[in-house]
Design a protein around this ligand. Structure first.
Ligand code: FES
Ligand code: FES
Length: 173
């Protein structure tokens, strides 16, 4: 995109790399990632906050990037599915999704994995959910609690059993 009077400069880190974007203020983080940076691992499903396909991590917290403007993220750390693992080996959740058949067409998978990373961190911090027993964070995550905490991520293939199995394994006892 050529700089124009309507574009803004945004300096942030994407997957650990300092990055400068020039975007119009109306451009979503999702569109900036996909169309300007070519990071097409982050998927566009509904583009209105309902499906979770576009989930990324911002400063370690999961967000739906379709409902967030790129200009809001000055100075922040954005992690997409391309950045969740090192070059040598997959993230443990990626490995578990494959082994537990948590992937069918794969369209929801990047969002599921980014969301699960953020969700497990929320649980470790003691953040409650509607399905939480008390005290939060001191007992293993039950299947019901994983289902509730991941309810913002839809899977049109219906691979939910494998998705919950994979997250349960990584969450541990
Ligand atoms: S594309 Fe963002 S929630 Fe569906
Ligand atoms: S694996 Fe196809 S939408 Fe989830």
């Amino acid at each position: 995109m050529h700089p124009t009077s309507t574009t803004r400069s945004v300096a942030l880190r994407i997957n650990g790399t300092p990055t400068e974007l020039r975007v119009e203020p109306r451009v979503s983080l999702l569109d900036a990632l996909r169309e300007q940076l070519g990071l097409t691992g982050t998927k566009k499903g509904c583009n209105q906050g309902a499906c979770g396909a576009c989930t990324v991590l911002v400063d370690g917290e999961r967000i739906v990037s379709c409902l967030s403007l790129a200009v809001q993220h000055e100075g922040r750390d954005v992690t997409t599915i391309e950045g969740v693992a090192g070059a040598e080996r997959p993230h443990p959740l990626q490995d578990a999704f494959v082994r537990h058949d948590g992937v069918q067409c794969g369209y929801c998978t990047p969002g599921q994995i980014c969301s699960a990373i953020g969700m497990l961190a929320e649980h470790r911090r003691g953040m409650p959910s509607h399905a939480s027993a008390h005290p939060v964070g001191q007992e293993p995550l039950s299947r019901a609690e994983i289902q509730e905490r991941m309810s913002g991520n839809l899977c049109r293939c219906g691979a939910y059993n494998g998705i919950v199995d994979a997250i349960s394994e990584v969450a541990g006892p």
